[in-house]
Design a protein around this ligand. Structure first.
Ligand code: AMP
Ligand code: GLY
Length: 423
């Protein structure tokens, strides 16, 4: 069959890499892709958010199946438009992608269906938001309702910080239209964990546990990023915890979405706080985590394409996923300055040397090839991913490969996986 993957990051590189191994895949396309994807897939120069151009391309090329990577086009209804054009696609409809697209929707849903999450208030003007803050204890969390590229969350240590956060989002419009509404919620303490399940409207299959490191610098210090590294499995989510998460959060959400007339298909990514009382929901994403997807794809033994099609077809009850015994770990290399201002166009050398190491695969996240040289085009640029017996060994192998990369324009954390190794 002909498959199109939509997106240009490390997540999409790893999805292309895994899909290309499927005997079901005859031709693989990626829009827009990157320099690493070029070679596995035929890259097509259409942006991931150019919905109409993607639908036209998929129709004209007679694509059989589309896998949508990022949340933006899902929230904008790419899957709906593809299905209307008779093209099967992996990912939720716009009506279901609202789980990530509106934090307020997700909070109301969890309150209505008793899905454990932080207590909250939802506001469309600053005065009542501030009144709510006055009546609640700090620390307290202020969030823009809409998509804000992972930046719309402000943890406030006291009430003054919370007032300032409300002004920042609602009055100064720091996140534009995403801040038309805000959520103010209870601060939950515990260790954070991510959880991924494939969902087909009714059935769900959990993926192997994986955990990212969101902070820019070693020791989980510094500004929040999309993720500077990740590993799988993650000891914080053992089998018993995974079962609780499926029963207390994933299945109740699938039932709730169906009851609301918004059946959920695709991958459901729950951001969780593991508290003393058990798992509580921080947020949902409607896509694979990036970079968590990369170590998951490297660890997966089963045919990913078959599983993604089963999610679209509603036949996940016939699928069980098999995983390699080894642990996998990814170290993200980002442009100097990320997540703040950074330069693009800097030259990267040594990727072939890193890839030549047994058990290592370099996923590209933001690269382009220019006259035979590799150039950085994004904030997160490469993901050096390794597979070995334990997380500690995978970490060692990944950093051995990182040492082969010659890129003065970039940096990486040196402690990815430390939480799992410390246990
Ligand atoms: P989100 O974009 O909703 O995942 O939030 C970004 C980060 O803010 C999360 O990964 C958590 O570290 C933190 N966070 C969000 N909501 C809460 C909460 N209610 N309590 C504690 N930490 C939170
Ligand atoms: N790694 C976090 C995310 O994909 O949102």
């Amino acid at each position: 069959m002909k498959v199109l993957v939509v997106g240009s990051g490390g997540r999409e590189h790893s999805l292309c890499w895994a899909i290309a191994k499927s005997p079901k895949c005859d031709e693989l396309y990626c829009a827009p892709g990157n320099a690493g994807i070029d070679g596995i897939a035929i890259t097509v120069d259409i942006a991931a958010d150019d919905i109409d151009a993607l639908v036209t391309f998929a129709s004209e090329t007679a694509i059989d199946f589309v896998v949508v990577g990022p949340e933006g086009p899902l929230v904008e209804g790419l899957v709906d438009k593809l299905e209307a054009a008779g093209i099967k696609a992996f990912g939720p409809s716009a009506k279901a992608a609202i789980l990530e697209g509106s934090k307020g929707f997700m909070k109301d849903l969890s309150a209505k269906y008793n899905i454990p999450s932080a207590d909250y208030g939802r506001f469309d003007e600053p005065d009542s938001a501030k009144e709510f803050i006055l009546r609640h204890q700090a620390p307290i969390v202020v969030k823009a309702d809409g998509l804000a590229a992972g930046k719309g969350v402000i943890i406030c240590r006291n009430q003054n910080e919370a007032y300032a956060a409300v002004d920042h989002i609602m009055t100064e419009r720091a996140f534009g239209g995403a801040g038309e509404e805000i959520i103010i919620e209870e601060f939950m303490s515990g260790e954070e964990a991510s959880f991924f399940a494939l969902v087909d409207g009714q059935n769900a299959v959990a993926l192997r546990s994986a955990q990212d490191h969101k902070a820019a610098h070693d020791g989980d210090e510094g500004p929040n990023t999309g993720g500077m590294g990740a590993y799988s499995p993650a000891p914080i989510v053992d089998d018993a915890m995974a079962e609780r998460i499926m029963n207390e959060i994933i299945y109740p959400t699938i039932k709730a979405m169906a009851a609301e007339g918004r059946p959920y298909k695709g991958v459901l990514y729950a951001g969780l706080m593991i508290t003393d009382e058990g798992p509580r929901l921080i947020e949902f994403n409607v896509r694979f985590g990036d970079p968590e997807c990369q170590p998951l794809m490297l660890a997966l033994k089963s045919d990913i394409l078959e599983a993604l099609i089963a999610s679209a077809d509603g036949t996940l009850d016939t699928i069980s996923l098999e995983w390699h015994d080894e642990a996998t770990l990814i170290v993200v290399m980002a442009a100097n300055g990320y997540p703040g201002r950074y330069d693009t166009g800097t030259e990267i050398k040594g990727v072939d040397d890193a890839n030549a190491i047994e058990g290592v695969y370099v996923f590209h996240a933001g690269t382009t090839a220019e006259n035979g040289s590799l150039r950085a085009t994004g904030g997160r640029v490469l993901g050096i991913t390794a597979k070995a017996k334990t997380v500690a060994q995978a970490q060692k192998l990944a950093y051995k490969a990182v040492d082969k990369i010659d890129w003065p324009g970039g940096f990486n954390r040196t402690d990815i996986g430390w939480r799992a190794i410390k246990r």
